[in-house]
Design a protein around this ligand. Structure first.
Ligand code: PLP
Length: 414
C-alpha cells in the first residue's frame, strides 16, 4: 500500500462503523515521515475539538475519535434494544473476544488478563488481594498515582504492613540509578514493588525490565502501573517480565470511559484473594478476580473498534508521532534559564507526556494563566519533586498549537 492509498483509508467515511472490516498493515516510518502533515491533518478531522481552548490535557482521558464514538453510540442503542437478552446470551462471549484481542496486543495469554473498569480497579485488586502479614514491606515511589499510594496506606492501617517510599529523579543519569533506588529500598521483608511504566506527572518512562530482573533476584514481585503506557509506547508484557500489570483503556487506546486491563502472571493467580466474592471459578482462574457485577457493557463492546483504529494508525507510527510532538516543544524551551522541563531529554525516557514549570510562577497559577490568557488547557502538578504543568498532546495536536504553548512559556518566563 502506498502513501496515497493509506491516506485514503483515513477519509472520514472510511473511518465510520466499517472500521472493523479491514485493518491495513502498518507502514514503517521510513515510508512515512513522523511529521507527515497531510496524514495527521486527516486524523485531526476525525476528532471533534472544542474551539475554546487548545487541549493539552489528553493524559486524563484520550477522548475518542468520531468513528469510535459512532460505533459506541450504536453499541449503546443495540444493548438498549436487546436488553437482558444480550446480557444473558452474548455479554460474556463478546467480552472474551475483546479480551483475546487485548491479550494479543499486549503480549500475554488471555488466561492471564481481565477487562476491568480502570487502572485503579486493576491495581487495587492486586494490592488488596495479597495476603499481607504485619511487618511485610512494599516499595513504591512518591511520584506514583495517589489512589494506589492510598491503597497501600490502607493495607498499612489494616494489616500493619510497612510502605517504603522512594523518590524518582526527574533527570536520571542512567537506568542503574533508578534500579539502585528501588534495590536499596528492598529488605528481606519486602513482598511487592510497585513501579510506574510511565510516571504520570512527568511522563518519564522507567526501565521496567531491569527493575523486574533486580526485584526477582531478591524474591520480590513487581506490579507495574501502566496507566499511561499501553497503546502509547510499544511493548509486550513478555518483554517486561513483571508479575502484575494494570492499565486504563480510556487513556491511550481511546476506548470510551470506563475500561481497563489487569494482567496477572499465570502462577500468581491462585494466591490472590478476589476483591468481590466469586466462588464459581478455580483458584487459579483469573476470572475469579473479575466479578464486577452489572456494568456498562457497551464500553467493553467498543474495545474492538478502538483496537482497529489503533492498528490502522500503527503502533509504531503513533508512538513516533507522540514523541515527535513532545520533543518539538520541549526542545524549544528546555534550555531557557527560567523554564524548567521536568521530563528527561533522552528519547527513550519519555514519549508524548512532559511537564514544564516556570521558576517564579506556581504550578496552579501557570495553569490558570495558560488557560485564561493563552487558551491552553493543561493540568497543574505540585507535589514530590514536580512543580509545573503536565503537557499532554494527542495525535491530533498540531505543531502550530504547540507553537502557541512555546510562545506563552517564553513570554511568561521573561
Ligand atoms: C499513573 C496512573 N495510575 C493510575 C491512574 C488511575 O487511572 P484510572 O482513574 O483510569 O483508574 C492514573 C490516572 O491518571 C495514572 O496516571
Amino acid at each position: 500500500m502506498n502513501k496515497r492509498e493509506f491516506l485514503q483509508t483515513f477519509t472520514a467515511s472510511s473511518l465510520g462503523l466499517a472500521i472493523e472490516a479491514k485493518t491495513p498493515k502498518n507502514l514503517d516510518n521510513a515510508q512515512f515521515p513522523i511529521d507527515e502533515t497531510q496524514f495527521w491533518n486527516e486524523i485531526r478531522k476525525n476528532y471533534r475539538l472544542k474551539p475554546d481552548y487548545i487541549n493539552l490535557e489528553n493524559g486524563y482521558y484520550s477522548f475518542i475519535p468520531q468513528s469510535t464514538l459512532e460505533a459506541f453510540v450504536e453499541n449503546v442503542r443495540e444493548i438498549n434494544f436487546q436488553a437482558s437478552y444480550y446480557m444473558r446470551t452474548r455479554q460474556f462471549d463478546d467480552k472474551n473476544e475483546a479480551k483475546s484481542e487485548l491479550a494479543d496486543l499486549i503480549g500475554c495469554s488471555p488466561d492471564e488478563l481481565i477487562i476491568t473498569r480502570n487502572t485503579t480497579e486493576s491495581l487495587d485488586t492486586v494490592i488488596a488481594g495479597i495476603e499481607w502479614k504485619a511487618g511485610d514491606e512494599a516499595v513504591m515511589a512518591m511520584q506514583d498515582y495517589g489512589a494506589m499510594l492510598d491503597m497501600f496506606r490502607l493495607q498499612e492501617k489494616r494489616h500493619g504492613i510497612v510502605n517504603k517510599i522512594i523518590s524518582i529523579p526527574n533527570h536520571p543519569k542512567s537506568d542503574e540509578e533508578i534500579v539502585d533506588l528501588y534495590a536499596n529500598a528492598i529488605t528481606s521483608k519486602t513482598r511487592l514493588l510497585m513501579v510506574c511504566h510511565m510516571v504520570n506527572i512527568t511522563g518519564q518512562i522507567l526501565p521496567i525490565k531491569k527493575i523486574c530482573e533486580m526485584a526477582h533476584q531478591r524474591g520480590v514481585e513487581v506490579m507495574v502501573d501502566g496507566a499511561h503506557a499501553f497503546a502509547h509506547i510499544q511493548f509486550k508484557i513478555s518483554d517486561l517480565g513483571c508479575d502484575y500489570y494494570g492499565s486504563s483503556l480510556h487513556k491511550w487506546l481511546s476506548v470510551p470511559l470506563g475500561a481497563g486491563i489487569l494482567y496477572v502472571k499465570k502462577d500468581k493467580i491462585a494466591k490472590l484473594w478476589q476483591m468481590y466474592g466469586d466462588m464459581g471459578y478455580a483458584q487459579d482462574d483469573i476470572r475469579k478476580l473479575n466479578h464486577t457485577g452489572t456494568h456498562p457493557v457497551h464500553t467493553d463492546l467498543t474495545i474492538k473498534h478502538a483496537i482497529a483504529y489503533y492498528k490502522k494508525l500503527g503502533a509504531e507510527r503513533k508512538e513516533h508521532r507522540l514523541r515527535f510532538l513532545q520533543e518539538y516543544w520541549t526542545k524549544k524551551v528546555r534550555h531557557h534559564p527560567n523554564i524548567v522541563v521536568n521530563t528527561p531529554i533522552e528519547s527513550h525516557r519519555a514519549c508524548g507526556i512532559a511537564n514544564v514549570g516556570i521558576k517564579h510562577i506556581k504550578a496552579g497559577d501557570l495553569a490558570k494563566i495558560l488557560l485564561e490568557k493563552y487558551k491552553i488547557w493543561t493540568v497543574a502538578i505540585d507535589y514530590a519533586n514536580v512543580q509545573g504543568c503536565r503537557i499532554t498532546p494527542n495525535i491530533y495536536t498540531t505543531t502550530e498549537e504547540l507553537d502557541v504553548l512555546v510562545k506563552a512559556l517564553k513570554e511568561l518566563a521573561s
